[in-house]
Design a protein around this ligand. Structure first.
Ligand SMILES: Cc1ncc(C[n+]2csc(CCOP(=O)(O)OP(=O)(O)O)c2C)c(N)n1
Ligand SMILES: [Mg+2]
Length: 330
């Protein structure tokens, strides 16, 4: 008999429940700090924040096992932190320092953390999809039993790569979860203006694969439970799935966006649906954690973010010669 939702929640260890809270706090605190530093001109380049979308990211990654993979998009901080990147190295990467995850050559939009299974953020909308099915094909051919989550936004579903990769993954039955984080906008364009169906996941039918919907992408446990089901399905060799969750980004599209296309009332309404606060209240009301425990985790997370800034500030710039390194595979 299928487990009830409540039983499933209770089956998650306390350690895991608290760890998911920690990861959401890390995403929020890290991005808030980067935002603060961008405004003071301390961060080169453009940055896209995951604040507001913490549950949609952490819930999905928490269903993966060691050795599984993700691909990400320009808004990759949330997924990258959920995949357990070293925060010091991530901050150094964003600040273009030699100690960064990619030796300071990638920056915010191109962080790849291969040791952790993160095949990379990507500045090209839809650019991660081909990489995801390539990685999934490798897993299938080598029979590794590993799966790939391909993260992208609502704005990516009209890219040619979306249609090509979903079709190819379907006919080859590849172990990949196509995951559209629908935050209702692609830059300033509401998704409703660029597709004539209500939700993207319904397009799965055209590729002969299952489509799934997570109505509240700010509900961490709902995201996690859906992904546990999907990871099992895909790992069992049934082929790909398309899943969509609804969430919202609290800040502008990027650090250069004043956000004139959204009303303050709309943003405030979504801030009331804060995924971290919701999770915190859920855990407390179910007697699974105390406010003190959860607040202590957040305080520690803030400390580690501050430490990452210190690490990054004190790190050297990449040397000129390093521009010629890491260009070709050995
Ligand atoms: C191929 C391509 N076209 C256009 C852009 C410019 N661009 C960057 S992000 C973005 C919108 C993406 O929206 P969505 O996929 O919904 O992700 P979100 O920013 O909402 O997380 C666009 C059009 C790009 N980077 N790549
Ligand atoms: Mg979007």
């Amino acid at each position: 008999m299928a487990k009830s939702k409540k039983e499933k929640n209770q089956a998650i260890s306390k350690e895991k429940l608290l760890h998911m809270h920690k990861l959401m706090c890390d995403i929020r605190n890290f991005d808030d700090k980067v935002n603060y530093m961008v405004k003071r001109g301390q961060v080169p380049g453009m940055t896209h924040f995951s604040v507001g979308e913490e549950a949609a990211n952490v819930g999905a990654v928490a269903a993966l096992s060691d050795g599984d993979f993700i691909t990400s998009n320009h808004r990759g901080h949330g997924q990258t932190i959920a995949m357990e990147i070293d925060l010091n190295e991530m901050m150094a990467e964003i600040m273009g320092k030699a100690t960064g995850t990619c030796k300071g050559k990638g920056g915010s939009m191109h962080i790849a953390d291969l040791d952790k299974g993160n095949l990379g953020a990507n500045g090209i909308v839809g650019g991660g999809m081909g990489i995801a099915i390539g990685a999934a094909l490798t897993q299938k051919m080598k029979k590794t039993g590993k799966v790939v989550i391909c993260f992208f936004g609502d704005g990516a579903v009209n890219e040619g790569s979306f249609h090509e990769t979903l079709n190819m993954a379907s006919i080859w039955k590849l172990p990949v979860i196509f995951y559209s984080i629908n935050n209702l906008y692609g830059i300033s364009t509401p998704i409703s203006k660029v597709i004539n169906i209500d939700y993207n996941y319904k397009r799965a039918a055209s590729y002969g694969i299952p489509g799934h919907f997570i109505e509240d992408g700010n509900d961490l446990l709902a995201v996690y439970e859906k992904f546990v089901e999907l990871v099992d399905y895909v790992r069992a060799g049934n082929g790909p799935v398309l899943v969509e969750s609804i969430t919202y980004r609290w800040y502008g599209h990027s650090t250069s966006d004043p956000g004139k296309y959204r009303t303050k009332a709309e943003v405030d309404e979504w801030k009331k649906k804060d995924p971290i606060l919701k999770y915190k209240n859920d855990l407390i009301s179910k007697g699974l954690a105390t406010a003190e425990e959860l607040d202590a985790i957040n305080a520690k997370s803030m400390e580690s973010v501050e430490a990452s800034v210190k690490f990054a500030m004190e790190s050297p710039e990449p040397s000129l010669e390093s521009a010629y390194e890491d260009i070709f595979a050995d």
